[in-house]
Design a protein around this ligand. Sequence first.
Ligand code: FEO
Length: 393
Amino acid sequence: MTIYEIPEISDGVFLVGVKDWDRRMFDALIPLPHGTSYNSYLVKGKDGVALVDTVNPGFEDELVARINQVGELEEIEYIVMNHAEPDHAGAIPRLMELNDDAILVCTEKGGEFAERYYGIPDERLKIVGDGEEMALGGKTLRFIEAPWLHWPETMFTYLVEDRILFTCDFFGFHTAFGLYSDESESLIPESKKYFGEIMMPYRSMGKKAVDKISGLEIDVIAPSHGPIHRKPQTIVEAYRSWTAGETRKKALVAYTSMWGSTGSMIETMVETLKADGIEVVLYNLENSDVGDIAKDLVDSRAIVLGAPTVLGLMHPLGIYASYLVRMLRPPLKYGVLLSSYGWGAGAGRVAQEILGKTGIELVGALEINWRPDPEELHKVVELGRQLAKKIVS
Ligand code: FEO
């Protein structure tokens, strides 16, 4: 167990959560090069104490030790569950076993999840509605429904007197390093990556949440992953743009190539787009980080997918990238497919099957037999110019 200083982020408000330096994957999907943190906050009022969110399973003892450094576990009356996913709620059963007077505070949907997933009995739940307040004596918690960020039960908790908004996953990012985001050079790129991985599929709900909190006086946003925002304007404005689906004159090019045929078409496409003033980000799918691709999907206007046909289907890395795009629902407007084949094409059909209902306009698809000759590469140039025109229009 690691013991380190407990930051008091405001009078009587302590960051008692833990850092997970060694975690390298999330959801068996998302790489975590810098680990992550599970931020839990102890709020001490004159008449009551609440804990806002908990930590990942396996860190229960460390959380309890940290609570006991600045208070006592037994004095916690309420555990607020902003989100039921185990990285924030996984320690709840253990805490409620150790403190059998504690009551779990959550939304109605959160109550269902707490019962079914964590076995919390009905009599130990306090269901709160949108705008409801709880007085702790000089500390008032106001609960703000903010569903589908990124599960249906999510809410924010606003500490009225201190103007602190506890947002759990929203506005967070994965790193075990740092206390305040204004001290981190990677605030925007890492937040954007996190947004792309977690929140982008729920952009419309994210936009509602950003609009909903716009009337609140917020001095600090305290998420449950990564650093705390004591200058919240930067991250709120970034989220305003990302949730609105604002895109740049930018194309994300993701490809794989077996013997260089698809690769040479991709090179021609990249040079054409760049010559026409388009910002291009290039990912070779053999060695690309899913998080980086997710980050660039947040504000790309077009995607160029390059993958050959293998055994009548698209190369599996192309299929993986196609499903990633479909799943993350980025604000892409235009798409192009470049492919090559030996004795039978098939990649285009697979791309259409996976991406056909995403709303991305297919500007063109070229499936070339064997190696592209100069005339065929000229067709790639023409397609690139056509795509560039669409992107800048
Ligand atoms: Fe950080 Fe959705 O859990």
